[in-house]
Design a protein around this ligand. Structure first.
Ligand code: VAH
Length: 312
C-alpha cells in the first residue's frame, strides 16, 4: 500500500469538513492535513493536523506540499454562485488561480492524485433543462459557472499534457447538517431545516416551483471517495463528471418538512438568486458516472429529510 499524505484545501467549508473527516477515517488522521484561510472548524479540532494556507500564495503552498510530503491534494476552496455575482473579479481570480497553483505544483511534485469539484452551475440557459447530459451545449452565465467550466478544461489539459491524475465531479446543490453552506443559490435547502426547527417558518429566496438538482452530503462524500478510489483506467471523463441524487422544488421540500413539523409554513420572496437558479438545469443525467465507476445515490428527498431532522 503506497503511503498517502493528503492535503485538503478549504477544509473548513461545507464540503471540506465532511470530506476531511471521511478521508481521515480511510487514511488515518495524521495522513490527512486540513487547511483553510479561516480558522479550524470546531468539528475538525482534535481529529488531525491543521495548517493555515493561502492557496493564492503559490510559493507558500509549494513549500507546505514539500515539507508535509503531500501525495494528494483536494482543492475545495471557491467562491460560490451567489457571492460570486456580488464580487466577479474576486470569484474569477480565486476560483481560477487557486486551481492553476495546485495543478502546477501537483505536476512539478508528481503528486499521485488531485481532486477539484466543479458544479452543475457550469450549465446555462441553453443547456437542456431535463436530464442534462454529460456532453451538451454549455454556456454558463455566472462567474462561478464560467470559472468552474474553465477549470474543467484546465484539469483535462494537465491530464492530457502531463498525465496528472486530476479528477472532478459536477456537484448539484448540497445539503448537510454538519457545516453551513457558503454563499450558494441552493443554500435555501439547508437554511429551511434550521429555520423550520427554530422559527417553524421560512421565507424562501426562490419561487416555489424552482426545481434544482440536489444531493445529500453523505452521497456527495461517497461519490468523491468512490471517484478517487476508482482504478485510473475507469476514468474516461477528465473535465468533470455529472452526478445526480435528486431534484426538488422549495414547495416539495417544504411539504416533506411539514410531515415532521406540521405547523411549519413557508413564504416566498425571490431575489437575484432566482435568475441564477432559472439558468440551471432542473435535473441531471449521470449515466456516464454510473457506467464508468458504478455511481449510485443512497438518499432521496424523504430519506434525507428524515436523516436531517434526526441529526439536527
Ligand atoms: C451554489 N451550492 O449554489 C453551489 C452549487 C449547484 C449549486 O454549485 O453555488
Amino acid at each position: 500500500m503506497i503511503r498517502e499524505k493528503i492535503l485538503v484545501i478549504g477544509a473548513s467549508g461545507q464540503i471540506g469538513v465532511e470530506l476531511t473527516l471521511a478521508l481521515r477515517k480511510i487514511y488515518g488522521n495524521a495522513n490527512v492535513v486540513a487547511s483553510d484561510l479561516r480558522e479550524e472548524n470546531d468539528l475538525l479540532k482534535g481529529t488531525g493536523p491543521y495548517v493555515s494556507i493561502d492557496v493564492m500564495n503559490k510559493e507558500m503552498l509549494h513549500v507546505q506540499v514539500i515539507r508535509q510530503n503531500i501525495t494528494q491534494i483536494y482543492l475545495l476552496a471557491a467562491i460560490l454562485s451567489a457571492t460570486g455575482e456580488k464580487n466577479p473579479n474576486l470569484a474569477w481570480s480565486l476560483n481560477m488561480q487557486s486551481l492553476l497553483n495546485v495543478l502546477d505544483i501537483a505536476k512539478d511534485e508528481k503528486l499521485h492524485k488531485v481532486y477539484w469539484p466543479s458544479s452543475i452551475a457550469v450549465f446555462g440557459p441553453t443547456s437542456p433543462k431535463k436530464d442534462c447530459p454529460q456532453q451538451t451545449i454549455i454556456e454558463p452565465i455566472t462567474v462561478y459557472g464560467i470559472s468552474k467550466y474553465a477549470g474543467e478544461f484546465w484539469c483535462n489539459y494537465y491530464h492530457q499534457r502531463w498525465g496528472l491524475d486530476v479528477r472532478s465531479i459536477r456537484y448539484p446543490g448540497l445539503i448537510s447538517y454538519k457545516s453551513a453552506p457558503g454563499g450558494g443559490t441552493t443554500d435555501y435547502a439547508v437554511e429551511i431545516f434550521h429555520e423550520a426547527l427554530e422559527e417553524k417558518k421560512y421565507e424562501c429566496f426562490l419561487q416555489e416551483d424552482t426545481y434544482l438538482p440536489m444531493m445529500y452530503m453523505p452521497d456527495a462524500i461517497k461519490a468523491t471517495i468512490e471517484l478517487m478510489e476508482a482504478p485510473e483506467a475507469k476514468i474516461k471523463i477528465r473535465t468533470s463528471y455529472n452526478i445526480s441524487g435528486m431534484s426538488f422544488s422549495p414547495k416539495e421540500i417544504a411539504a416533506e418538512i411539514k410531515k415532521h413539523i406540521p405547523e411549519f409554513s413557508i413564504s416566498y420572496k425571490p431575489d437575484y438568486r432566482q435568475q441564477i437558479a432559472n439558468s440551471w438545469p432542473q435535473s441531471i443525467d449521470d449515466s456516464v458516472a454510473r457506467n464508468d465507476w458504478d455511481w449510485k445515490e443512497d438518499f432521496n428527498l424523504e430519506k434525507m429529510t428524515k436523516d436531517m431532522f434526526e441529526n439536527l
